[in-house]
Design a protein around this ligand. Structure first.
Ligand code: NAP
Length: 232
């Protein structure tokens, strides 16, 4: 299957790399491919330049957001949360229409420094904003409550733990659950929270996640809902 992974950061690379390793065709979307390829310094998170990552994955294409979205039969949003609506607009409404969009972004606002705040929050969520902006796209919020490596290698966290899905379209959530299983998540560890408004809850876990990261000193942890079905 052909996937568009919109975003070149830690999450985009992790998801794109996993999908490619599973045999899928992958296009990574960025604002300006030539400018992205010209970067020679590690990014803000210390990732090596994308050209190095791409050189190790010759099958993965780097395209403008619109080209990647046109290529993908299904899409993944791994752009900065405050820029996601702009990035998806650049990807093009027509290229998103009728397709499933896994939304992994969190609306973290770092403009006032650390810790970031959430915007939107409480009565709205980024997942809902995206669904409202692109009503012909089937948005499924998932995987946003853990660090990138755990998304595609859940066994990094010992014991049972959970991943959430939120979305209005049952078939789209079933499709995304299938991808999560493909990534290594036991089916019973996927909790369907309900419609896209439930993304408020998973996005609002981020302030807690960030404080746990600080308190534990590492990111290989995840949420386990005692009383819910569990996977290994
Ligand atoms: P990031 O640095 O948050 O985002 C990088 C991507 O955002 C790049 O592709 C960049 O485009 C795009 N972008 C930035 N500003 C833009 C703008 N003004 N217009 C259009 N696009 C713009 O990357 P990340 O750390 O991988 O995180 C991606 C998303 O996943 C975020 O929403 C984050 O909250 C969420 N998340 C991250 C983790 C994690 O482990 N890091 C875990 C859970 C959820 P270019 O390619 O053109 O530079």
């Amino acid at each position: 299957m052909r996937y568009a992974v919109l975003g070149t950061g830690t999450v985009g690379r992790t998801i794109a790399g996993k999908l490619a390793s599973l045999g899928h065709e992958v296009a990574v979307g960025t604002r300006a491919p030539e400018a992205t390829r010209a970067r020679t310094e590690p990014d803000a998170h210390g990732n090596p330049p994308l050209t190095q990552w791409l050189a190790e994955r010759p099958g993965v294409r780097l395209l403008p957001f619109a080209g990647a979205a046109a290529f993908g039969e299904a899409l993944v949003n791994t752009t900065s949360g405050t820029a996601s609506l702009a990035a998806l607009a650049a990807a093009g409404r027509d290229h998103l229409a009728g397709k499933i969009l896994m939304d992994i972004a969190n609306p973290l606002d770092f403009s006032a420094g650390m810790p970031p705040s959430l915007d939107p929050v409480n009565t709205d969520s980024l997942g809902e904003q995206i669904q409202r902006a692109f009503p012909e796209t089937k948005v499924v919020k998932t995987l946003n409550t853990m660090t990138a490596l755990v998304m595609v290698e859940p066994s990094r966290v010992p014991g049972p733990h959970h991943v959430f899905v939120s979305g209005d379209d049952a078939d789209a959530k079933e499709f995304v659950t299938g991808r999560l299983v493909e990534f290594g998540w036991p089916g019973e560890s996927v909790i369907d929270l309900g419609d896209i408004t439930t993304a408020r809850g998973t996005e609002m876990l981020l302030p807690l996640w960030l404080r746990l990261w600080g308190a534990l000193g590492h990111a290989d942890f995840n949420f386990h809902v005692q009383g819910a079905p569990t996977g290994a």
